[in-house]
Design a protein around this ligand. Structure first.
Ligand code: PLP
Length: 474
């Protein structure tokens, strides 16, 4: 039976609309879409046309009445083709004030590190070649001496990330044995790195001791058996137990390990190479301190507070690192030349800590003073007012920046933000439109204001923000 009355009318209308949709070939022959296929791969333009037609059919079947004229469809397909042709991984402007923002790529590399990546990736390199000897060299050589110099370790290597560094170290030291760890340190970091899971995958058997808030040296000691292969300490980088707490120091663990002939490992996490207190930041243990305390292996990330590329650093005793270098898993987690180039340059900058602070963006951002940030926030206010008139209500406000990346968890870093309220439309609409700008601008919303924290802006970002705000204001 045919649908009655108005339902029947709608049915007829949607059939008419469906039939009126232009054909794929006709669309692809239009001058505008042909011109687009000259600059972008033709397959992408063809995909965009097909997907646009599919989407229109869906809309019509759902009762919609979209414009199905050839011109309207072509415009829509062209916009989709442009989106498909755009690189997926591209830069964004981080206005959040979260310095090591994991979703936005953690650390930005120093200019010199970026140049080194470009140089070795666009040409042949000394990756595993010793030019002086004219023979095969080691890829570890590019960073090992530097890590040792900066941490006091006897030997070192770098792998894909800290998760890999922990996995390799556990597999190399404790596979088939028992590894003792405090219950207070069974942390999850960034979703997929969980100490118990990594432990299981490494082939070590985890032995938990103590309680969530308190673990004593005697807890470790009484858990030691003949098949104990490791004492593990994990730096709880992204949370802290406060109040009635007790943690065993690395020194005490080292002393206990020495008495029983058991190696001690610390997963330090954030990769601090200098005393951050010198720059007015809270205390965070350094890799050098863990090495000095006598840990057999210390691991950390390359792209958190260290400010380099994604990498995992393993610093420790000579014999332990040699074992790890030869471990079958080492090949699976080894670094590529681009990362090694960036890591080498980043580490070299640390040979002069003041230079590291000036040139490594993560350090520069973290150590920028509130006064310096205030000046930048005020200048941005002036520029927005100058360019956008009264399209926005703009001012500065005191706020906090964060180290992020699970580092310096308790540290609110005082900052001054530029707060923007649109004269028309909502703040969330403004936030969404800035995200769709080119480059995308990622900002925070708080109390119905859009907050721009100058701390995480790179040179030139202010220009892009002012231009985007002006374009949105219309
Ligand atoms: C961040 C972190 C990890 C994971 O490091 P990735 O470099 O992200 O793989 C592991 N352990 C600790 C303590 C961390 O802080």
């Amino acid at each position: 039976m045919p649908p009655p009355g108005s339902a029947r009318m709608a049915f007829m209308e949607s059939r008419t609309l469906l039939r009126a949709l232009p054909k794929v070939d006709r669309l692809l022959e239009r001058d505008d879409l042909r011109a687009l296929a000259e600059v972008h791969p033709r397959v992408l333009v063809a995909d965009a046309v097909r997907e646009t037609l599919d989407a229109l059919r869906e809309e019509i079947r759902a009762g919609g009445e979209p414009d199905v004229s050839e011109h309207a469809v072509a415009v829509r397909a062209a916009a989709l083709a442009e989106r498909k042709a755009r690189r997926s991984l591209r830069r964004v402007i981080n206005a959040t004030g979260i310095v090591v923002h994991t979703n936005l790529g953690r650390s930005c590399l120093a200019r010199e590190a970026v140049e080194a990546v470009a140089e070795v990736s666009g040409a042949y390199s000394t990756l595993e070649y010793d030019v002086e000897a004219g023979e095969r060299g080691s890829r570890h050589a590019h960073v090992e001496e530097l890590i040792c110099r900066l941490t006091g370790a006897e030997a070192a290597m770098a792998v894909n990330n800290n998760a890999a560094a922990v996995l390799l170290s556990l597999a190399g030291l404790a596979r088939g044995k028992r590894a003792i760890v405090s219950r207070g340190q069974l942390v999850e970091i960034g979703g997929s790195f969980r100490v118990p899971d990594v432990m299981r995958e490494s082939g070590a058997t985890m032995v938990e001791v103590g309680t969530t808030n308190k673990t004593h040296l005697r807890d470790y000691e009484s858990a030691i058996t003949p098949d104990t292969g490791l004492l593990l300490k994990v730096h709880t980088s992204n949370y802290r137990v406060v109040g009635f707490t007790q943690e065993v120091s690395l020194e005490e663990l080292v002393e206990l390990g020495a008495r029983h002939g058991i190696p001690v490992m610390e997963d330090q996490g954030s990769g601090v190479l200098v005393d951050l207190r010198e720059w007015g930041l809270p205390y965070e243990p350094t890799i050098g301190e863990s090495v000095a305390a006598g840990a057999d292996v210390v691991t950390c990330s390359g792209d958190k507070l260290l400010g380099g590329p994604q990498a995992g650093i393993i610093a420790g005793k000579w014999h332990v690192v040699q074992t790890l270098k030869k471990h079958p898993m080492a090949r699976a987690v080894r670094l590529d030349k681009m990362t090694l180039a960036a890591l080498e340059v980043t580490l070299r900058l640390y040979l002069d800590p003041e230079r590291a602070r000036r040139e490594i963006p993560t350090l520069r951002m973290l150590s920028a003073s509130a006064g310096e940030i205030r000046e930048r926030a005020e200048r941005l206010v002036d520029r927005i007012v100058e360019s956008c008139g009264d399209s926005y209500a703009v001012g500065t406000a005191e706020d906090v920046s964060r180290a992020g990346g699970g580092a310096l968890p308790m540290a609110d870093i005082p900052t001054v933000v530029t707060a923007v309220v649109p004269a028309r439309g909502s703040v969330s609409e403004l936030e969404a439109r800035l995200r769709c700008a080119e480059p995308p601008i990622v900002a925070r919303i708080s109390e119905d204001r859009l907050l721009i924290d100058p701390r995480t802006l790179l040179p030139g970002d202010e220009d892009a923000i002012v231009a985007a705000l002006r374009a949105i204001a219309g």
